[in-house]
Design a protein around this ligand. Structure first.
Ligand code: PLP
Length: 378
C-alpha cells in the first residue's frame, strides 16, 4: 500500500525530540500561547523573511484576522480565486465582505493576473492570491496592480511554506501572509495551527489583540475579538519540525523531479514550474481526461490519490448566493474535472515513486490503445 500522505513515518523519525518537547510543555503548564508559541512566532517569521509572526489556532483564523486587520468588512469586496480550498472564501465571508472570483491561469493553477483589473470596483479592498499546491502566484504584477489601486494584498500561503517567488519567500511579499499548520500541510502540527506573518507592526498589533478576545491588557477589550490562540503543545511541536522543513522540502522537490521524469512521455500532463518559482509541492498535481479511471485503477493497486479540488468554490451549494454559474470560470472548472494528486511526502521512496509512475503510464497506455482500437473497428 502506498498512502497519499504518511504522518506516522515522519513522527517516528523525530519521535524523541517531539516527545521531549511535548513533555516540557506539560511540565511548564503553558498550555495556551506561552514561551514555546512566542519562540515559534519569531523562528517562523524569520523563516519567511518577515519581521513579525502571530500564531493562531488555524490557517483559516490567520486569513480571517489578516482581513480584519486590513480593515475589511461588510460592503467591501476581496478578489480571489474559485479554485482553492473553501477556507479562502469562507474567511472573506466571515468578515462580511464579498468574495469576487477571478479564474486561474491553467498552467500555474494560480490567479490569472491578466484578469484582475477587470474585477476591480469601487468596493474592492484587497487581493487574496492563493499559492496553490505549493507554487507561488505571480506576485509582481499582483503587487503592482494593488499599489496602483490602493489595495491590500493578503497571501494564502497555507500550502506553500518555504516556497519562493523570484528568490523571495512567500508570506513576506504581500502585506500579510497566512499559513496553515494542519497536520497534512508541509509544516504540520499534531492538531490544528496557523500563523500570520507581516512586516507591518500595526497589523500585527491588531491581529495579536483579535486572536485573544480583543484585549489590549487583561480584561481591557478594545476590539470585539475571538479565541484564536495557538496551543503551547503545538508551538513546541512546530518548533522541532521547523528545524527539518528545509530537508523535507528538498525531498519533496527531488520526488517531484523523479515523477516528472518518469511521467514525461505518459498521457498525463505533469505540473508546470513557473520560471519565477521555487515550488514546494504540497501537492503533486497531474492532469488527465481519464481521471476517474486512473484513480480507480491506482486504488485497486493499493495506491491512494487525492483530488484538489473536485468542485470549484463558485459551484459549491454554500456559496450559490454569490450568484456565479457553471461556465463562469472555465479554467477552474476543467482543472476540477481533470486534476489528480499523486502520493507526495518527504518520506516517499524512489521505489514507491517508480511503482506509482509505472502504473500511471500502463493504465493510460491501455486506455488509449483501447480507444484507438475502438475507433479503428468503427
Ligand atoms: C488548509 C488551507 C487553508 C485553511 O487552513 P486550516 O488550518 O485548515 O484552517 C486555507 N487555504 C488553503 C489554500 C488551504 O490549503
Amino acid at each position: 500500500m502506498i498512502p497519499f500522505v504518511d504522518l506516522k513515518t515522519q513522527y517516528l523519525s523525530i519521535k524523541d525530540e517531539i516527545d521531549t518537547a511535548v513533555m516540557k510543555v506539560l511540565e511548564s503548564t503553558q498550555f495556551v500561547l506561552g514561551n514555546e508559541v512566542k519562540a515559534l512566532e519569531e523562528e517562523f517569521a524569520h523563516y519567511c523573511n518577515a519581521d513579525i509572526g502571530i500564531a493562531v489556532n488555524t490557517g483559516t483564523s490567520a486569513l480571517h484576522l489578516a482581513l480584519l486587520a486590513a480593515g475589511i468588512g461588510a460592503g467591501d469586496e476581496v478578489i480571489t480565486v474559485p479554485f482553492t480550498f473553501v477556507a479562502t472564501t469562507a474567511a472573506i465571508c466571515y468578515t462580511g465582505a464579498t468574495p469576487v472570483f477571478v479564474d486561474i491561469n491553467p498552467v500555474s493553477y494560480t490567479i490569472d493576473v491578466t484578469q484582475i483589473e477587470k474585477a476591480i470596483t469601487e468596493r474592492t479592498k484587497a487581493i487574496l492570491p492563493v499559492h496553490l499546491y505549493g507554487q507561488p502566484a505571480d506576485m509582481e504584477p499582483i503587487m503592482e496592480i494593488a499599489r496602483r489601486h490602493g489595495l491590500t494584498v493578503i497571501e494564502d500561503a497555507a500550502q506553500a511554506h518555504g516556497a519562493e517567488y523570484k528568490g523571495q519567500r512567500v508570506g513576506s511579499i504581500g502585506d500579510i501572509g497566512c499559513f496553515s499548520f494542519y497536520p497534512g500541510k508541509n509544516l504540520g502540527a499534531y492538531g490544528e495551527g496557523g500563523m500570520a506573518v507581516t512586516n507591518n507592526p500595526e497589523y500585527a498589533h491588531t491581529m495579536r489583540m483579535l486572536r485573544d478576545w480583543g484585549q489590549e491588557r487583561r480584561y481591557h477589550h478594545v476590539l470585539k475579538g475571538y479565541n484564536y490562540r495557538m496551543d503551547g503543545i503545538q508551538g513546541a511541536i512546530l518548533r522541532v519540525k521547523l528545524r527539518y522543513i528545509e530537508g523535507w522540502t528538498e525531498a519533496r522537490r527531488t520526488h517531484a523531479a523523479q515523477y516528472d521524469q518518469l511521467l514525461a512521455n505518459s498521457d498525463v500532463s505533469i505540473p508546470a514550474v513557473m520560471p519565477y518559482s521555487r515550488h514546494v509541492y504540497h501537492v503533486y498535481a497531474v492532469r488527465t481526461s481519464q481521471r476517474e479511471c486512473l484513480q480507480q485503477k491506482l486504488n485497486e493497486q493499493g495506491i491512494q490519490t487525492g483530488i484538489h479540488y473536485p468542485i470549484p468554490v463558485h459551484l459549491q451549494a454554500a456559496y450559490s448566493d454569490l450568484g456565479y454559474q457553471y461556465g463562469d470560470f472555465p479554467h477552474s472548472e476543467s482543472a476540477a474535472r481533470e486534476e489528480l494528486s499523486l502520493p507526495m511526502y518527504a518520506e516517499l521512496s524512489t521505489a514507491q515513486i517508480t511503482t506509482v509512475s509505472n502504473i500511471v503510464v500502463q493504465v493510460l497506455n491501455i486506455y488509449f490503445i483501447n480507444t484507438l482500437l475502438e475507433t479503428t473497428d468503427a
